[in-house]
Every structure is written in C-alpha cells, then in structure tokens.
Design a protein around this ligand. Sequence first.
Ligand SMILES: [Fe+2]
Length: 162
Amino acid sequence: MAEPNSHSEDMVPDIVTQAIPDDERLWVPQAENVWFRPLFLNTVTGEWVNLLRVRRSGVLSRHRHPAPVHGYVIKGSWRYLEHDWVARAGGYVFEPPGEVHTLVCDDDEEMITLFHVCGCLIYCDEEGKACGFDDVHTKIEMCRKHFADAGVDEQVLQKLIR
Ligand SMILES: [Fe+2]
C-alpha cells in the first residue's frame, strides 16, 4: 500500500515560481496601464490565478463574474466604481457570482493584487449588456502572443498550464 504522502505517477507537477518576476517580459499587457502575470492556468476546471498590476490610473473594463473570484492585495490600493470601499495592501476581497464592477486605481503608486478567477470575466457595456469575455483560454492566448513577441521561452507558459 502506498504511503499517504507518497508521490503518485498521476500527479501533475508542482508550480513553484517567483510570483513578482524579475523579468519584466512576464507581465502580459491587458489594457493601458494594466498588466497580468500568469501563475496558474487551468483548462480542466476553467480557472486561473494571476497577479494584476495597475499603474497610473489604469481601469479594467466593466465586467461581470458568473463564478467566484478571490483577491489578495499585495501592494498599493484600488477600488470598484460600483462600491464605496477601497482595497488596500494586505486586504482580501471576495467577488461573488453575479458581481458587476469596474476596477480603478486612482493612485500614482502601482497596485499589485493576486486574483484567483473561476469561470470568466464577461465584459459589459453601459447598459449591462455583454460585449466580450475573457476566460482561461483567452488568457493563455494573450500570454502566448505576448511571450512570442517578447522572446520568452514557450516552456515558461507551458509550465503554468494544467
Ligand atoms: Fe472582477
């Protein structure tokens, strides 16, 4: 009988990486003054973990979540236009399914937040109508294109995909 903590051949490899990278090329541009750093991209469960970095009054388009999102603020602060609270370094945020919001960073100081996103972001227009989306597959495509343009080894991305 196998030891409870023994390694199984069915297990996928660990991911152990410098989350805030020394290599600037690992930040993937998402919008003006907005980047993400992929950490875990799961094509089986449709979820991903990434760092979001916003500098100088960046805005992440208004969107809705059909599934939960967990966030942990590592650096700086930000808020949602639709709420009256401010997320600050050390803070935890839970975004329930159904939540619609627009992330803004008012400070000149950069903010970095770790987000665990399940499902997708459904982008919404002024009337709340869906006008686009991001899911783990579009995130992977964005990474693939940016890394190819920036000359990052394909294996760097491949190691983050499950
Ligand atoms: Fe969100």
